[in-house]
Structures are given as structure tokens and as C-alpha cells.
Write a protein that binds this ligand. Structure first.
Ligand SMILES: [Zn+2]
Length: 74
């Protein structure tokens, strides 16, 4: 059992690029569409608008926390 495996840095970048292009992310390991869960910050309506999404591959069970920053690109 691997527990909560991580993606390699190159794989994380691939996923981030998919999301940045507005595509549905697929796992770079096995091509499975990834499950997206929103992690609510509970701060809507406040100046501090930050959302996180948790991308999970249901096949290999690797996951990636993805920070969404509104109106900011880097
Ligand atoms: Zn996978």
C-alpha cells in the first residue's frame, strides 16, 4: 500500500496546465479523468477570496491540492 502518493513535479505541472487552459484534468499516469473536490475556504464575500481544489485520480489514487487565485496569474 502506497498511502497517499504524490505526483511527480512534472506531472503536477501537466495537470496545472490542463486546468489553466480550462480543460478537465486527466491523470498523466493513466489518462483517467480526475475527480475534483472543492475545499471551501468559507470566506466568500470577504476580500480574501481564495479557493482550493483537490484533484484526485480514482485509478492510481494520487492527488494534488490546487490553489485557485482569482484574477491572478503567475
Ligand atoms: Zn492516475
Amino acid at each position: 500500500m502506497e498511502g497517499h502518493a504524490q505526483f511527480e513535479p512534472d506531472e503536477q505541472r501537466t495537470i496545472r496546465e490542463q486546468v489553466a487552459r480550462g480543460e478537465k484534468p486527466v491523470c498523466p499516469r493513466d489518462g483517467t479523468p480526475m475527480t475534483v473536490r472543492s475545499i471551501g475556504g468559507g470566506s466568500f464575500g470577504l476580500g480574501y477570496a481564495r479557493r482550493r481544489e483537490w484533484l484526485i485520480c480514482p485509478t492510481c489514487r494520487r492527488s494534488l491540492i490546487f490553489d485557485l487565485k482569482r484574477g491572478t496569474r503567475n
